[in-house]
Design a protein around this ligand. Sequence first.
Ligand code: C2O
Ligand code: CU
Ligand code: CU
Length: 443
Amino acid sequence: LDTRQTGRLALTATPGKTGFAGGPEGATAGFNQAYLGPTIVMQNGDLDAELRNALDEPVSAHWHGLLVPGEHDGGPHLPIAPGAVWRPAMTIAQDPATIWYHSHIHERTAKQVYFGLAGVIHLTDGRDDDRGLPSDYGLDDLTLVLQDRRFDQAGRMVYNPSMMDVMHGFAGNRMLVNGQAGATAVVPQGMVRLRLLNGANARICTLFFDDARPMHLVATDGGFVAEPIALKMLRLSPGERAEVLVDFAEGGAPILLSDPGQAYGVMQFAVDPRLTARITSIPDQLDGVVDDLPLADAGTRQVSLDMGMGGMGGMGMGGMGMGGRGMGSMGMGRGGFGINGRPYDMRRIDFRVALGSVEKWRIRSTMVAHPFHVHGIRFRVLSENGGPPRPENTGWKDTVLVAGETEIIARFDQPAREDTPFMFHCHILEHEDAGMMGQFTVT
Ligand code: C2O
Ligand code: CU
Ligand code: CU
């Protein structure tokens, strides 16, 4: 969907039926289609969006990575009722980035995203040629939504989280790329840009090419990095995006993109020498990161991502091994999930941030690693467990995997009122729905 000329965007949350990998069809949902939504290409400027809901349950459209005020953010306070329309009139003014959108109804996000209510946004400024970056959509600029999904014996996609699935996040047994199992991309014999989105509910991907060819990281969640970073492995947790350049000049046999711990590859790339490669080298420099956040006068906020807390009416630590009770996908038990000791409560504002202020957040994880996401800002990672951030985390981020202690810094430039606050949460969607989320205003 190209909105650059019109400044208009129309999306309808639609019921669908989809079969995957030759399996039987089952109920899915998408935006404008049966599963997932269209890739939206947009530029800075005014955007009049129109979101319709043709499903029989409330949905929302959260723009994950777009810097817009709380009233346009599409979080849990902005549900679109069945049959209703939501018309946010937005002004976009930020650096080019790969962004995504997904439904964000409290206690339903995991299930709704799982069955397809998500899509990708390319925010572009039309200057990628000057940067020496591939930008021919679908030719040398590929959008890859990575999602693991669970299939039963009959090949039907299922979502039936047990208590253990909620504890660990719901894991699949097959990887889908753009809704396809066993995907192959045909690429030109040159430089190809991959815009990778981890759109899984819980799976942390560790991506590498089987022939060990490097991935040159050019952009993270919130925009370009300062210069390309060559990686043999790229870790991408749920909600995170990365843009990498991969050189397919050396072709030959299909090239497998893998993820260890998966009994199967993620997808294959087949080089077609008849396709012309426009770009054949890696740019030396990009215009991404400017260090302009005043570290010295930033106040520090502590954020603890809690699970297994006792005395919250959940199962606590003692109940972990029990398995037993199945969790209804709509009404998950708490399981001791929360932030700073409290489960999410839509009626409680957890804290208030001053508009235009810079804050440092010290985030701590408990029990497992948690992909931590904040609405309304892009941030820099200052440190991870006392050391410098890993290469993947040196650019602008809005989601970061916290395993231990991570410090971030951000300026809060977008306003959010009490009735439409910004969320901060774990992007393991089962954790989020179970209460590992909080909300804040910016005024
Ligand atoms: Cu991608 Cu609050 O979410
Ligand atoms: Cu978000
Ligand atoms: Cu989590």
